[in-house]
Write a protein that binds this ligand. Structure first.
Ligand SMILES: Cc1cc2nc3c(=O)[nH]c(=O)nc-3n(C[C@H](O)[C@H](O)[C@H](O)COP(=O)(O)O)c2cc1C
Length: 470
């Protein structure tokens, strides 16, 4: 299993070809070691800039610096990537490195072939790149265009995992928007997507603050999110593939417990179209290895989260319902055990152009999952997707909104399933059927046993004290 780390900055210091970065990362034994290594490399980069003739124009300096590229120094994006890759390697997954500036800045056939070879031999990619206007830079964009224009790459991207790191010059500079846009691209191409891990509160990936060369080294928390992303990607990749191999062995013995997929229909119209469509998909994909439970959440009573600071109300067995909302008819109180005991989730909804005749518990449902997240990610480590039946002009982005909420439960995201409806016709039903089938196949490959994830409360002091006392 191999993770290909991709750095997408024009300021990269390492050559794409024949560089020793990976050997250097692999030889480092502990966190202090990796910090010193980055420090040293940043200093080399500084010295190279300092040593340039002061009388040169910026353009000349830029050209000179390009000539120095090779086996020393690090850009901020590269430094962030180094932390993440080091942590992936510490979690027993092989690593590789690729600089995009050497490939796509002045592309030619040989360079593209080089990229392709690296990409096709990876099981996962970890992209670290600058935030430009709240989005990725043009090198990453060009890479995505290239992957999407090559048949082998298009096939391969469906088999891989993706995670990202975004480096901006400021806090709230658009690191999260960059990660969400990038995540959406990789989901749409068919890759499985993960964010950073439970130790840094499980968000969309690594978010780092840098700016001038070497500045990233001062962003202690950002570095932790990079380390955590590297670890989460490695662990998720292993959980998926190991089970895949195990499944094959179990298949031969033909005794296997079915995997459970819970479908929550959170919003539907009066005709219950979303429920009907998902029911027909489930019926057509019946097999002994996956069991579906469909919950008509839009017909249930889902009380709002009251944002209490005792969440969950106590610590103990996860099978016991421990949200402060205690109304007898509350959906979570009624079905707590069924909700959590599964391997996969589908969050489903009907998305109308307006809200005439729509029954919705969508937002209440999402917010009420808080007690599960805070109970050490009880809803996490599952393969998840969104299933939306959307009127063509509804434009509510529910397929993305559900997934950005689900990544915060530390799940593995899969391609959203989005059925478009125009004039009472589902216009893309065949392609969604195909994607649904792939999703069901993937459910079989996910590990049933949940790994231990500790929720780290940030921003709620009272809960934090309770958390320390447990
Ligand atoms: C064209 C351009 C647009 C930028 N836009 C943003 C931005 O929207 N938000 C931000 O935080 N930083 C922005 N930056 C700053 C870079 O993200 C920052 O310098 C980062 O460290 C670049 O990564 P690198 O040092 O690895 O090249 C921008 C820089 C450039 C050149």
């Amino acid at each position: 299993m191999k993770i290909l780390g991709i750095s997408a900055s024009l300021r990269n210091r390492r050559f794409a070809y024949k560089n020793e970065l990976i050997e250097q990362i692999k030889s480092i034994q502990n966190l202090n070691g990796i910090k010193s290594f980055v420090e040293e490399q940043v200093k080399i980069t500084f010295d190279e800039i300092e040593n340039l003739n002061k009388d040169l124009s910026f353009e000349e300096k830029y050209k000179q610096l390009k000539k120095h590229k090779g086996n020393r120094g690090l850009s901020n994006s590269e430094a962030s990537l180094v932390y993440a890759l080091w942590q992936s390697y510490r979690n027993d997954v092989d690593i590789d490195y690729l600089s995009l500036s050497n490939i796509f800045e002045n592309e030619n056939k040989n360079k593209l072939n080089f990229f392709k070879k690296k990409f096709l031999s990876s099981d996962a990619i970890l992209i670290s790149g600058p935030v430009y206007f709240g989005d990725r830079g043009s090198l990453t964009q060009r890479m995505i265009e290239f992957i999407n224009s090559d048949k082998q790459c298009i096939r391969h991207v469906k088999k891989i995992f993706y995670a990202g790191l975004a480096v901006g010059a400021k806090r709230n500079g658009g690191q999260e928007t960059t990660l969400i846009f990038q995540m959406t691209d990789f989901l749409n191409m068919g890759a499985k997507v993960v964010g950073n891990g439970h130790d840094t509160t499980s968000q969309y990936g690594g978010t780092l603050v840098a700016g001038d060369i070497g500045k990233v080294q001062g962003d202690e928390y950002g570095i932790r999110t990079a380390l955590s992303t590297g670890e989460n990607l490695a662990k998720s990749l292993k959980d998926f593939n190991q089970t895949h191999n195990k499944n094959k062995q179990e298949d031969r013995r033909s005794i296997k417990k079915p995997k459970i997929c819970n479908v929550f229909v959170m919003q539907d119209n009066e005709e219950e179209e979303c429920t009907k469509v998902i029911n027909s998909f489930v019926k057509n994909n019946r097999n002994n290895n996956v069991k579906f439970n469909i919950f008509k959440v839009y017909k249930e009573k889902v009380y709002r989260c009251i944002a209490c600071d005792l969440c969950p109300t106590s610590y103990g067995d996860k099978n016991n319902y421990r949200c402060i909302i205690n109304n007898k008819d509350d959906f979570f109180k009624l079905y707590h055990q069924e909700i959590i005991n599964c391997d996969s989730f589908i969050f489903a909804a009907y998305s109308g152009e307006n809200f005439y005749n729509i029954n919705s518990n969508y937002q209440q449902f999402i917010e009420r999952t808080r007690y599960l997240r805070r109970d050490d990610y009880t809803m996490g480590s599952k393969l998840v997707t969104s299933f939306i039946v959307s009127e063509v002009n509804s434009n509510r982005n529910l397929h993305i909104r559900t997934l950005t909420s689900l990544i915060r439960h530390k799940n593995i995201l899969s391609k959203p399933l989005l059925v478009f409806k125009n004039n009472n016709t589902y216009i893309n039903i065949d392609s969604v059927k195909k994607n649904f089938k792939n999703f069901v196949k993937d459910i079989e490959n996910i590990k049933s046993q949940k790994e231990e994830n500790t929720y780290v409360p940030i921003g709620y002091e009272i809960s934090y004290k309770g958390f320390l006392n447990r």
